[in-house]
Design a protein around this ligand. Structure first.
Ligand SMILES: Nc1nc2c([nH]c(=O)n2[C@@H]2O[C@H](COP(=O)(O)OP(=O)(O)OP(=O)(O)O)[C@@H](O)[C@H]2O)c(=O)[nH]1
Ligand SMILES: [Mg+2]
Length: 313
């Protein structure tokens, strides 16, 4: 199958809006909106290719900045790597030189524009956190666990999964109530592992374990709240996508002490699974903050971790 490297730019105006272009008739995915860019030509660097595409398609001169995300994606007749860069600065007035419509879109509204599958992880990378904390098991001192959560939030974590497998149910209910209040107070998105009833009671999102995916039904969703899932293979990813999960966690990428004897799928294994799925995916398994750039280079939203993100570790 044909493998193509496409480089596209996130171009922002002074008001922070992002430029989208609409694919013209007669091309693949026509009518869908995309980040301006195109195929890198043989012998060309991605930066030079993107600057050239923006000159040809929009008539602007651009300086290519930091990498946002690299999304490996499989389409019916080709395998794509969508390599997305921030545009550090640009000059001129963008015009649709190929006859394509243009739109300046506030980031919050990006999801309203139909885009190709490879762009869904790109939009998620622009809007959603790169880190997803999974709480460690509370020790005897529940207050210390809550303090750990507070410190982790103060350190910058904005999305949290409350998880404590095997804990006494009454004790967990009380800890979840306190943790939910703390997350609400600090504006942090919180999901609870596995327990739809607890999620409902506290207005939390729900994070499904992989073994819960086959029997889970839409009617069990918490209305208006996030739904996420832990995935280990292609079948899990397919089930999570069919359920309409907002995002998933996929691993283990590296071997971890919590799953001794299980080899990780590695970054190449992660990227291969990501090719057939358009969900935002956090990589998990032996990772911490320092792995975010590597994760993004393999199409991940970022990293999920217990010890790797816990402030009091
Ligand atoms: N520029 C751009 N292309 C994207 C995005 N998302 C996405 O899937 N693509 C795909 O990446 C490829 C972009 O290549 P292109 O615009 O240079 O070329 P094309 O295949 O339309 O050109 P062609 O018809 O001349 O072969 C297309 O297959 C397009 O569907 C995106 O956000 N921006
Ligand atoms: Mg193009």
């Amino acid at each position: 199958m044909k493998q193509i490297h496409v480089v596209a730019g996130v171009i922002r105006d002074a008001r922070g809006r992002v430029l989208l272009a609409r694919r013209t008739e007669g091309r693949d995915l026509s009518g869908s909106w995309e980040f301006p860019g195109g195929k890198v030509e043989p012998g060309e660097t991605p930066e030079a290719g993107l600057a050239r595409e923006l000159r040809e398609e929009l008539g602007i001169e651009a300086t290519v900045g930091a990498k946002l995300i690299d999304v490996p994606q499989r389409y019916p007749h080709k395998r794509l790597r969508l390599d997305v860069r921030e545009i550090a600065s640009w000059s001129g007035t963008p015009r649709g030189l190929d006859g394509q419509a243009l739109a300046w879109v506030p980031p919050r509204k990006l999801a309203d524009y139909p885009m190709p599958p490879a762009d869904r992880p790109v939009v998620a990378a622009l809007l959603q956190p790169a880190e997803y904390l999974v709480t460690p098991m509370p020790g005897a001192d529940g207050d210390a666990w809550l303090e750990g959560l507070r410190a982790t939030i103060e350190a910058g974590v904005r999305r949290v999964q409350l998880r404590a497998p095997g804990i006494d149910a009454t004790r967990w209910r009380a800890l979840v109530a306190d943790a939910a209040a703390l997350c609400r107070e600090t504006g942090v998105e919180a999901l609870v592992n596995g327990n739809a009833q607890l999620a409902r009671e506290h207005g939390l999102g729900l994070h499904l374990r992989a073994d819960q995916l086959p029997a889970f039904e839409q009617t069990m969703r918490v209305p208006g709240k996030l739904l996420a899932a832990s995935c280990h293979d292609a079948a899990d990813l397919q089930r999570a996508a069919a359920l309409g999960c907002d995002f998933v966690v996929l691993g283990s990428v590296l071997p971890t002490p919590s799953h001794p004897g299980i080899a990780g799928m590695g970054w190449d294994g992660f990227a291969a699974l990501r090719e057939d799925c358009d969900l935002p995916i956090y990589a998990i398994g032996g990772l911490d903050h320092s792995d975010i750039a590597t994760a993004r280079a393999h199409g991940a939203q970022g990293i999920a971790a217990i010890r790797g993100l816990w402030a009091n570790a």
